[in-house]
Design a protein. Structure first.
Length: 537
């Protein structure tokens, strides 16, 4: 059991957590929600003893193992499979002891414990987790140094899942995953047998995988029994009740004060007036937390162009001599809402670069409307911002002919008011940097917006705002995302990127999910060769 008792925590003199208390009993699964910067990750560090509380205590049941995703990305010559096997320290040490121990009684205890922790199926279990997160058999046995940072973070996540600790703590576990791996992770967490505490802005994950919500707001934690949708419904019902109650209290106070003001000076009414004042003092309103205003994204209006915006026939795409996609034919029309499905590495981002005029086709015919303006958000765009320049300076460079009012108007559409517009980019949060990219890429009123994993740094409210902006946008949108909720509420056409080509997917998102999970089950059900001795990894 996890017990957080009267914990206060300060950063730079500012109270981030204010005398908070909650419990997470064994076997329960909870989601920790709240605006970016409210202290969720700081609370995780306190639970993991990576930071120290200013007052209060955090207790974990004796002997329980807590695991989170390692912050250091694994690398070197070790393979993903070897890394996972080595991450289970107890298993590794027991296997070492089994090879060197000469005491029969002690050796019997070692083998009994190896059986208890399922040590002899470890390699098969590790392989199953890696496959679910998108690693082929070949990739599982390839040196970690050959993988990108995103894929190595997947390995770190896989290692945490593989160990199945008593308390599994995950902070934004879907950030480096594609839709297919996200679907598998949700299935894994839905059946997780031990305690789970997860920070996530993925609404569907919080609906499907947790049974309690801890809402962190203004330094306080409030617990809600149920999933994310139930929490939202209950939270706003309670807020509406409190607002109505406070309105009645205010009206009653004003009515009673009229009596005091009118008759308070008369001796015959003095007793009644004093009684009224005492009654007024007892009318205490419900304390309402002051919510941070949600920043609304606002994609600018654009003029209509005749279809198609983009036309392509028998196009092949790739890099140097390598062909990634071939024999592509199709159109992008105004007001299209297209979601690209398919595992990482299949060519979704390659196709997005082609549509954004960032990649020339190797062959075939492609025609872009002569007046077409394209906005393109890609996964690594935040890294291209200049840390020592402000949002205002970035926008000024994007529209050099604009005056100050025009620059600040565009920034204001994305939540950068005067003070925030003058903050250096290196001091902005990840979500603020993402908003700045949205502001920069839409400044020229695009006819098509291409979004390649735009949600990684956005909290729940910002994702909802992005969803509304996409639906209100009058141009075309092509979307690559692992956020099921966003896809389900914006896309009206599904295209599957697989087997070096792109084809319309005729089923629904639910059909695609069942197909992905069905394939994963088939992979996991393949027989695994059993060795007489467990491998140490």
């Amino acid at each position: 059991m996890l017990i957080v008792q009267d914990v206060t925590y300060r950063i730079g003199g500012r109270i981030l957590l204010d005398n908070i208390r909650f419990q997470l009993p064994d076997g329960q699964r909870a989601g920790l929600v709240g605006r970016n910067g409210c202290g969720k990750s700081s609370l995780f560090r306190l639970i993991l003893s990576q930071s120290q509380v200013d007052s209060g205590s955090i207790e974990i049941s004796k002997g329980q193992k807590i695991i989170t995703v390692a912050q250091e990305v694994p690398g070197g010559d070790q393979t993903p499979l070897e890394f996972l096997l080595a991450s289970d320290k107890e298993r590794y040490e027991l296997l070492e002891k089994a090879e060197t121990c000469e005491n029969p009684d002690e050796l019997a205890d070692v083998y009994e414990r190896l059986i208890q922790i399922d040590a002899y199926t470890a390699e098969a279990r590790a392989s199953t987790v890696l496959k679910g997160l998108g690693f082929s058999d070949e990739q599982q046995n390839t040196a970690l140094s050959s993988f990108s940072g995103g894929y190595r973070m997947r390995v770190a996540l896989a290692a945490a899942l593989f160990q199945k600790p008593d308390l599994l703590m995950l902070d934004e576990p879907t950030n480096h995953l594609d839709l297919e791996a996200t679907l598998w992770l949700k299935e894994f967490l839905r059946s997780y047998p031990n305690s789970l505490l997860v920070i996530s802005h993925d609404r569907e994950l919080m609906n499907e995988c947790v049974d309690n919500i801890f809402h962190l707001q203004q330094g306080k934690v409030t617990r809600y029994s149920g999933n994310y949708d139930f929490y939202i419904k209950t939270y706003y019902e309670q807020k509406a009740f409190a607002e109505a109650y406070n309105a009645k209290v205010t009206a009653q106070k004003e009515h009673m004060m009229k009596f005091v003001t009118r008759f308070g000076s008369k001796a015959s009414k003095a007793t009644q007036a004093q009684s009224k004042l005492k009654a007024i003092a007892k009318l205490v309103p419900i304390n309402l937390s002051i919510e941070d205003p949600t920043v609304k994204l606002d994609f600018p209006e654009t003029e209509k162009l005749s279809p198609p915006l983009i036309h392509y026939e028998k196009v092949s795409l790739g890099y140097d001599d390598k062909v990634v996609l071939k024999n592509l034919s199709g159109n992008i029309a105004p007001e299209d809402r297209i979601a690209l499905l398919g595992a990482n590495g299949n060519g979704k981002s390659t196709f997005a670069k082609f549509l954004a005029k960032r990649l020339k086709p190797q062959n075939g015919i492609s025609t872009f409307h002569p007046k077409l303006r394209v906005a393109y958000f890609h996964q690594h765009q935040l890294e291209d911002l200049h840390g020592d320049e402000t949002a205002y300076q970035h926008m000024q460079q994007a529209i050099p002919a604009a005056n100050e009012t025009q620059v600040r108007t565009q920034l204001g559409r994305f939540g950068f008011q005067r003070d925030k517009a003058n903050v250096k980019v290196k001091d902005l949060s990840g979500g603020e940097k993402a908003r700045l990219v949205f502001a920069l890429m839409t400044v020229h009123k695009p006819h098509i917006i291409i979004l390649d994993e735009p949600t990684n740094h956005l909290d729940m409210e910002m994702r909802e705002s992005l969803m509304m902006s996409i639906n209100n946008f009058e141009g075309a949108v092509v979307l690559i995302a692992h956020d099921w909720h966003l896809l389900n509420h914006t896309a009206d056409r599904l295209w599957l990127v697989a087997n070096n080509t792109i084809k319309p997917y005729e089923g629904s998102l639910e059909d695609y999910r069942d197909e992905v999970l069905g394939k994963a089950v088939k992979k996991e059900s393949k027989p695994v060769k059993k060795d007489n001795k467990a491998k140490k990894g």
